[in-house]
Design a protein. Structure first.
Length: 167
């Protein structure tokens, strides 16, 4: 099956055996621009709640997102738009001297299918990266990376581990 990215125009080929069974819609990330693409599955049956590596359309109706500190369980509710993580910011994490004053940017956008959440190592409007880095799945990201986050993803700012929770 072919799916066209509405953002960059790339064509993605999806193997039939990768499509969710008994679902009407699914989601895939564009390999070129990392944009989330929701598409209708032709000849789909009734939903049964099965998940695949492409995604489950039932999960696309998420309305809120929070970050949860792994060690303390402290929760940070994200707002639509730009959320700056740092020591004295929208999401202020205290007690970690490795977090920059303006550490990284988590951007939350409402899309027609739900919420799109991205992170970049850019805590300021000038594009200055953090001193000690921002990590996604234990890999350092740069100020030029814009990573799309999913439910359950783990990020690290300074020495603080955070889990993404969609609800």
């Amino acid at each position: 099956m072919k799916v066209k990215c509405s953002k960059c125009g790339s064509i993605l080929l999806i193997a039939e055996n990768k499509l969710p069974k008994n679902k009407k819609k699914a989601m895939v990330k564009c390999k070129k621009c990392n944009h989330s693409i929701v598409f209708t599955i032709p000849n789909a049956g009734e939903p049964e709640g099965e998940k695949t590596e492409i995604g489950d359309a039932n999960e696309l109706k998420i309305q809120n997102v929070k970050l949860i500190e792994t060690k303390t369980g402290k929760e940070y509710i994200l707002k639509i738009g730009k959320n700056i993580i740092g020591r004295k910011t929208d999401i202020s994490i205290e007690g970690d001297k490795y977090i920059s004053r303006l550490h990284c940017l988590v951007e939350m956008k409402k899309q027609t299918w739900g919420i799109e959440l991205t992170i970049s190592d850019d805590g300021t409007e000038t594009g200055k990266p953090s001193t000690n880095g921002t990590f996604y799945k234990d890999e350092k990201i740069s100020k030029f990376d814009k990573i799309v986050l999913k439910n359950g993803d783990k990020i690290r700012v300074g020495r603080t581990d955070l889990t993404v929770k969609f609800y």
